[in-house]
Write a protein that binds this ligand. Structure first.
Ligand SMILES: [Zn+2]
Length: 82
């Protein structure tokens, strides 16, 4: 799996919305991929932050926030690539 494919699935991964074998693939990739580790850490922090300020019955990040975040992080990560 490539980083881009991982990024697209990370939202679901964090929400524990993926099948076990896809989770395993993501986990084995992010173990030794620094951009993905940085990405997932940022995403987790953002999700936690969002959970603390949102209503308990709305556990998901609204689509626009999630999309903007993905876009931002993708640019951050690709600008760091040499
Ligand atoms: Zn990666």
């Amino acid at each position: 799996m490539k980083c881009n494919e991982i990024f697209e699935k990370l939202g679901d991964y964090i929400d524990k919305d993926l099948e076990g074998d896809i989770c395993a693939e993501i986990e084995s990739h992010i173990k030794d991929c620094e951009p993905c580790i940085a990405f997932i850490n940022t995403l987790k922090k953002t999700v936690e932050l969002f959970h603390t300020v949102s209503e308990p019955e709305e556990p998901h990040i609204p689509e626009p926030v999630s999309n903007n975040l993905m876009e931002f992080l993708r640019k951050e990560i690709s600008s760091g690539e040499k």
